[in-house]
Design a protein around this ligand. Structure first.
Ligand code: THU
Length: 135
C-alpha cells in the first residue's frame, strides 16, 4: 500500500476520536515525517465554540511531542471528513503545517473511500509568511 493510502486509513481511524458535538463536523488527519514516523489526530471542540482546534493541529501536536520539530521534517499529510469530499486544510492549519513542512510537502485531500487529489503545501499556501523553504 502506498504511503499516502496508509495515511488515509490512519486519518479515517482518527476521526472516530473527533470531539465535535457543536459543529457536528468530524475531521481526521494523519501525517508522516521524512524518516517515516506517522501520527494522527482529530478535531477537538468545546462549549466555548469556536475555541477548539483542528484535526491537523492535533496530529501536529503528537508529532512535535514525539520529538519532531526540525524545519522540513513533515513529508506528507492526509485529511478526511465524512461530511465533505476532498476536504482542504483551513488557513490556520496551512500555516501550522508550513511550520514543519516544505513547499513540496504532499497534502492528500480525501473522501470516504480514499485520496481524491494530492496537492503541494506550497500551492495551498502561496507567498506564506516567512516563505516556505524551497527544495
Ligand atoms: N476543522 C478541522 O479539523 N480541520 C480543517 O482543516 C477545517 C476545520 C474542524 C474545526 C471544527 O471543529 C470543525 O472542523 C468545523 O469547522
Amino acid at each position: 500500500m502506498a504511503e499516502g493510502d496508509k495515511l488515509f486509513h490512519l486519518a479515517r481511524k482518527a476521526l472516530e476520536r473527533a470531539h465535535a458535538p457543536y459543529s457536528g463536523f468530524s475531521v481526521g488527519a494523519a501525517l508522516r515525517t521524512k524518516d517515516g514516523a506517522t501520527f494522527s489526530g482529530a478535531n477537538m471542540e468545546n462549549v466555548a465554540f469556536p475555541e477548539g482546534w483542528c484535526a491537523e493541529t492535533s496530529a501536529l501536536a503528537h508529532m512535535v511531542m514525539a520529538g519532531y520539530s526540525e524545519p522540513g521534517c513533515l513529508a506528507e499529510v492526509a485529511v478526511v471528513a465524512p461530511k465533505k469530499d476532498r476536504i482542504t486544510p483551513c488557513g490556520g492549519c496551512r500555516q501550522r503545517l508550513a511550520e514543519f513542512g516544505t513547499a513540496r510537502t504532499k497534502i492528500h485531500l480525501c473522501d470516504q473511500t480514499g485520496i481524491v487529489e494530492t496537492v503541494r503545501l506550497g500551492d495551498l499556501l502561496p507567498m506564506a509568511f516567512s516563505d516556505l523553504p524551497s527544495i
